[in-house]
Design a protein around this ligand. Sequence first.
Ligand SMILES: [Zn+2]
Length: 136
Amino acid sequence: MHNRDAVFLEDLCPKLRDRRWRQSLHTFTENSCIYCGQRSESIDHVLPRSKGGLSLTKNCVPACLSCNGNKSDLDAFEWYRKQRFYDPRRSMAIRAWIEGDLRLALRLLQWAHPKPKKPTKNTSSNTNNEFSCQAA
Ligand SMILES: [Zn+2]
């Protein structure tokens, strides 16, 4: 992937721009699901698209596939309160996020999920890791 080409291609291909935007959302939370802290692999619409939610940063949060699929078209906060990994700090973070205060949201997330000293082994490795490199 050549960066220069990507910038150029972006103008030709809106999908690429969308991709980069999504990537930037994941970067905000360091690839962790805003709901549960697992690896984020998708973008969840806080207000579902089916209910008029827009694909804007304010309405889109990084989420793991499990949360995204689970939540489906439910109200994000209602759904989240019922989860066993519910954390009020994360809930506040999501609230801040959708109000457009990303800085506050990220601080709350950091508070809820301090950086682990060493990477913990994930028991479910059923997801393909796009960052893994296969040695030639
Ligand atoms: Zn999750």
